[in-house]
Design a binder for this molecule. Sequence first.
Ligand code: F6P
Length: 322
Amino acid sequence: MKRIGVLCSGGDAPGMNANVRAVVRAALERGITPYGIDRGYAGFLAGALRPLTSRDVSGIVNLGGTFLRTARCREFHEPAGRTQAAAVLRQHQIDGLVVCGGDGSFTGAQLLHREHGVAVVGTPGTIDNDLAGTDHTIGFDTAVQTAVEACDRIRDTAHSHDRVFVVEVMGRHAGFIALEVAVAAGAEVALLPEHPAHDTAWCCQQIALMQQRGKTSMLVVVAEGVGRGEQVAAAIDAQVPGTSARATVLGHVLRGGSPSSDDRVLASLTGADAVAALCEGATCHHCGVIAGRLVRTPLEEVVGVKKPLNPATVALLGTLAT
Ligand code: F6P
């Protein structure tokens, strides 16, 4: 292995910079030239890649976003796009590729391997935490912390006005962020896509029940995969007498900011292991951390595989919100 490429793809996540830094430095230590690919698969198709030195990744471990930038690339969904990408790799004599991204990015990587024999290794870069093969994804911890800080502030005003607040958080089709935020922020209700029976009507019943128990201000966390926080707030106002609910959408705020130490360490471990995996012959794998240990999983056991929420954490929500 003489040259490897590294790119970030899909939504950015705090810790992607730390991941690229680890890939670059682990590669250089092995005498491999790392190539940074700009703007994900889009830059790849445009041939926007350059060799990176250790100095190119200095001073970025603490920075949110990704200095390589990222993109969602429709052309890469087509076979012709992947053929073009494989040609770019051949032209630059790049033997392996590290892709920091989520499920969609890994789908593209897997196809690139299947169709063109390119050795690919994925590192888990998404705030959503919806990837099998790792306990946590890069950026999840930071996103949760950001959301919890926002909820703490919202609690202050909710309490002062005796209001119900609905906070909508990202997570795409998964409820990992919402669940963790709900427990950490002490929310009364969480609406999670994995638990469809706990819908808006159920939420209104819970709010009414807690009113009867003497609660005057409450926090509801809604995962974006369930629906709009505004609609939940409107339903609460319509169905629970005496409420004047407000909704806040945290949205892309959760994607920014300096990565937490956990995210930096996870990003560094998986970035360095991705290089080791390529050198040891991995051809289509994912590098994650499970129970504190680096784990390499074939991409086919990661792509499209639904990771379950921790049932103990879900059950805890009910216990605590009384
Ligand atoms: O996958 C990360 C994520 O932030 C999701 O939580 C969210 O649904 C999506 O990306 C938003 O994507 P975009 O930035 O393209 O609007």
